[in-house]
Design a protein around this ligand. Structure first.
Ligand SMILES: [Zn+2]
Length: 112
C-alpha cells in the first residue's frame, strides 16, 4: 500500500506522516476540534440506536426510521473516522466518504 499524507492523501515518502507543514497544522487543528465534539457524536449515535431498538420493540417503523436518521445526521455533522481509516485514506477523503454514506442513508430512509 502507498504511504499517504494523513491530511490531503498525497502519496509521500514512508518516513513522513504529512506532505507539508501546512497539512500537519491543519490536521492537528482538526484533531483538536474532533476531540471536542466526541461527546456530541457519541450522544447522537447512542440516541439513534436507542430509538431504533425502542422502535423495533414497539413495532414502530416511524421510530426506527427516526433513529437511523439521527445516526445519519450525527455522522453528517461530525464525520469522525478511526485512525486506521485516516492512515489509509487521509483525513479529508475519509470525511468525504462518511458524509456521502450518511447522505445515502438519509435518502434511503426518506424515500422508502
Ligand atoms: Zn498533505
Amino acid at each position: 500500500m502507498k504511504h499517504r499524507c494523513r491530511y490531503c492523501s498525497k502519496v509521500i515518502d514512508k518516513s513522513n506522516r504529512f506532505c507539508s507543514d501546512q497539512c500537519r497544522k491543519k490536521y492537528d487543528e482538526q484533531e483538536r476540534n474532533d476531540q471536542r465534539v466526541i461527546p456530541f457524536f457519541l450522544l447522537g449515535i447512542i440516541a439513534g440506536i436507542v430509538l431504533v431498538l425502542a422502535g423495533s420493540f414497539m413495532v414502530s417503523v416511524f421510530m426506527m426510521k427516526g433513529g437511523v436518521l439521527i445516526c445519519a445526521l450525527t455522522l453528517m455533522f461530525w464525520p469522525l473516522a478511526t485512525p486506521e481509516s485516516i492512515a489509509a485514506l487521509g483525513y479529508r477523503y475519509t470525511r468525504k466518504i462518511i458524509r456521502i454514506v450518511s447522505l445515502c442513508l438519509m435518502l434511503i430512509i426518506l424515500i422508502k
